[in-house]
Design a protein around this ligand. Structure first.
Ligand SMILES: *Cc1c(COP(=O)(O)O)cnc(C)c1O
Length: 241
């Protein structure tokens, strides 16, 4: 582990963002879209507010945190005037009350029960919370999310809940050895995204397809991602304390 000064880390963040934006633009164009059609989220778990604010200064308009507690702790120090925050990590029902109203979107809805709780707390606050449905697209035991088989049925159930609106899908792809494998995973996601969108269910809009992280965002964009969630490629390797 090489220890960098804050100044060195600030310039690394700036450099990394330039490179990533370039890559995103190239992949977007290759997939027949405009660079601005793919949103770049900076994933900020374990990252200190000063570095997050640096990314925001460099034009980041969307951040993602995994934990309610961590987001609430850092929030007062963040320059969020022109930047939205999403929750992207598994949410426990006893934390829902704390996060509703604090984030633009909850990307990690993985059960009907958690969706009901988000709906209930949103209604209490007089707001509608945007949610994405997390898909366990690799059917991995270690991952949260709906299986591909149950996704449509659960989406319809969730769409009935007051206080929330279904705005798209998200996944954390399995580790794949081959490029073709990961492309197939992302392609599968896109197919579900299109299929569900085409059914025109009330309260379901397939606007956001959130997939692709530091190691696989170019493949994800080539297969249709319109929001990529990038942490370590921006901020460097995470240090868990
Ligand atoms: C940590 C995390 C990311 C970003 O991972 P990197 O590999 O650091 O880019 C994206 N999405 C989720 C849900 C995460 O937990």
């Amino acid at each position: 582990m090489v220890w960098l000064s804050d100044e060195e880390r600030f310039s690394a963040i700036e450099e990394n963002l330039k490179i990533i934006r370039n890559d995103i633009a190239e992949s977007a164009i290759k997939s027949g879209r405009l660079p601005e059609e793919v949103a770049l989220m900076a994933v900020t778990k374990t990252v200190e507010p000063k570095f997050i604010n640096k990314a925001i200064d460099c034009g980041i308009g969307l951040i993602g945190e995994n934990k309610v507690q961590e987001l609430l702790l850092k929030e007062p120090e963040l320059n969020l005037a022109g930047c939205k925050a999403h929750l992207i990590g598994h949410l426990q029902s006893n934390k829902v009350k704390k996060i509703v109203g604090k984030v633009d979107t909850i990307q990690s809805v993985d059960t009907v029960d958690i969706a009901k709780e988000i709906g209930k707390r949103s209604v209490q606050q007089g707001i509608i919370t945007k949610v994405l449905l997390e898909v366990n697209v690799g059917n991995e035991d270690s991952k949260f999310g709906f299986s591909s088989d149950e996704l449509f049925e659960k989406a319809c159930e969730i769409a009935e809940i007051d206080g929330i609106t279904v705005n798209g899908l998200m996944c954390v792809a399995p580790i794949c050895e081959k490029e073709a494998e990961i492309r197939a995973v992302f392609s599968n996601m896109r197919r579900m995204f299109i299929d569900i969108g085409a059914k025109k269910i009330d309260n379901i809009s397939m606007n956001v397809l959130s997939m692709g992280m530091s190691g696989d965002y170019e493949s994800a964009i080539l297969e249709g991602a319109n929001l990529v969630r990038i942490g370590s490629a921006i901020f460097g390797a995470r240090i868990y304390r």
